[in-house]
Design a protein. Structure first.
Length: 182
């Protein structure tokens, strides 16, 4: 049975980002095959790879039953790089929003006293499509200039490394994000 996905205000298109995929697999929290599964490994005592349906993430059941975190709580706000947000917002991102996989520890952009929307992994091609403001967000975070930035920008790859992770403020539309590599 395939159902409409729940709405995640901080991760508006988890199918496009690859965080959720169609699947016939049963969710370990509700024991149902609902047509989709979270692709990833949340932080938990148990190894829970590809284990939860989007509904058990959205309603908090996955967190309540398994203490699963889909993004490190301290990563919401980039470990102090971006502005702090209310504990309720941190909890929604960490416990009730599909995360994403990065090369290093994932971070979640915050702005205007709220968490941003995760738009996805990006490389040079995707950043060019989003435009100069998105490019500037990644450039400002990595703090490269001149030829160093030019070389780095050319090497950014959505499916390789280095990879960018792009967000947008839900209130003012400002882009934010970061990049990383192994």
């Amino acid at each position: 049975m395939v159902m409409d996905l729940p709405v995640f205000k901080y991760h508006p298109d988890p199918l496009a980002t690859g965080s959720i995929e169609p699947s016939k697999q049963k969710c370990v929290a509700c024991d149902q095959a609902r047509g989709f599964i979270y692709k990833g490994q949340p932080y938990a005592e148990q190894e829970l790879i590809d284990a939860f349906c989007p509904w058990c993430i959205a309603d908090g059941r996955a967190h309540e039953m398994f203490a699963a975190e889909f993004t490190d709580r301290d990563g919401v706000g980039g470990y102090g790089v971006w502005e702090p947000v209310a504990a309720e917002i941190v909890a929604e991102v960490a416990y009730r929003t599909p995360g994403f996989t990065g090369w290093q520890q994932e971070r979640w952009f915050t702005h205007c006293r709220d968490a941003g929307e995760f738009l996805g992994r990006v490389g040079k091609k995707e950043l060019l499509a989003y435009g100069p403001e998105a490019i500037r967000a990644i450039k400002e975070e990595i703090e490269f200039d001149g030829a160093t930035w030019d070389d780095y920008f050319k090497s950014l790859d959505k499916d390789g490394e280095p990879t960018g992770y792009l967000f947008r403020c839900r209130h003012c539309g400002q882009f934010g994000g970061y990049s990383d590599f192994t």
